[in-house]
Design a protein around this ligand. Sequence first.
Ligand SMILES: Cc1ncc(COP(=O)(O)O)c(C=O)c1O
Length: 485
Amino acid sequence: MVKHQSNEMKQREKLSINEEQLQQRINNMSYGDEKSKDWARRWLDVESRGQVGLSLFPVPPIIERGSGDKLYDVDGKEYIDLLSGFSVSALGQCNPEITKTISEQAGKLTHYFDFPHPERIEMAEKLTKMTPIKGEDARVVFGVTGSDSVELAIRAARYYTGRSMVLTAYGDYHGVTYGAMPFTTKGGMRPYFHPIQPQDSGVGYFPFPYAYRGPFGEPPTGESAEEYTLSKLKHYLEFLLESKETPYAEGKSGISNVAAIIVEPFQSSAGYYIPPKGYLKFLRKIADEYGILLIVDEIQTGLGRTGRLWATEWEDVEVDMLLTSKALGGGLPLSAAVARADILEAWGPGAHVSTQAGNVIACAAGNKILDQVSDEAFLKSVKEKGDYFANGLRELQRKYPIIGQIDARGLYIGLEFVKDQKTKEPADEEAQQILEACLEEGIIFEKGGFFHNRFQLIPPLTISYETIDEVIARFDKILSKVNTK
Ligand SMILES: Cc1ncc(COP(=O)(O)O)c(C=O)c1O
């Protein structure tokens, strides 16, 4: 008898991982000793196999403690931290000032529901002054996670404009809670939302202008890839909004159904891609033309990561809403949506609430973080260290043509591997081998990329020059052993 299955159900068999494969991964762990393997087994006996660690590494190292730019696993092995808990530990692990603030606040007041307290009010005052929000006044809504603030922003934008559609770029990552998921375009995650697809409810997508491997192909001879890619995107979006055969707008009748455009200023989880200059400026222009709100998700790019407080500042653009999280709580969960006052004053009391939002300890730690990362001298040091790191990588690129592309701004670095610099064929398997060799050599980071061939290097912003030198030396050693042909 034929067994009928939907495509989604068939796909599940390919996606799942069985017990034997898991045990094999643990046994083959070259970067952990017996204790690590024991903890990994215990972990997988009790936690879901959907764990992100199992998609980023064969088995993630089992980390027990950290200090500054170093992490230590349960066997005592030291790793250089090029992940920062995914941009959370911006000032390094166990930063003494943050640790002191957290412990002092824990002895004073720990939590007070989603109600006002001095730490939270101070943080809101700082955020409203520090963010490039359009107009005179800004307001804040606190949340717990990045996804929280994304959902809040979308809800506020739809309520304020009375419109339903929201546009975002392919490759953007805005979280995976049910309301945020439609704005995260990872094909590999879609089956997990089967059978209800959250994107059914009014979301449109456009290509991200990635010039090195552009969605619009190679530029004509003599034209810069950056300018060509951006000009094609401009044409594409203007066509979407001006013509009448799309759900988004109809220029001639003055109809716009789009509440907001939400984008990452640089595309992070996709692989640390920096778009051509002018990307945000253009989005601002069409947002103004069609009465659309421009929301920047700075959850990954913000708080000094790129050498400016916000990546948006590289384009000198003002936005209608800005979202921040990750490093904001000094290692504790906290997020904030900052927006034009008129947007957040359109709704009445009780329109939003979250039990854990604006936690007192997280806000206390976050106030210290905000003071540090907004300091001009600190930002300058991030930029200089980033330039130093990128120069080291460029030297490696001259030696090893497997490095096809380096995107770097401050300590926000994407590294792309190719089999051939001309054809740009992705070196995805080699990138995986290099990642595993790096773990063995004691370096932790994430691998991503549209074609699984990018390294995402995001060390703590306090990383030392010695540690950067050590990373370059270890990469050199590893790359010298990789067969690129
Ligand atoms: C740009 C961006 N937006 C939103 C999110 C979602 O944040 P969270 O995982 O805290 O929900 C992330 C997480 O990586 C992110 O990088």
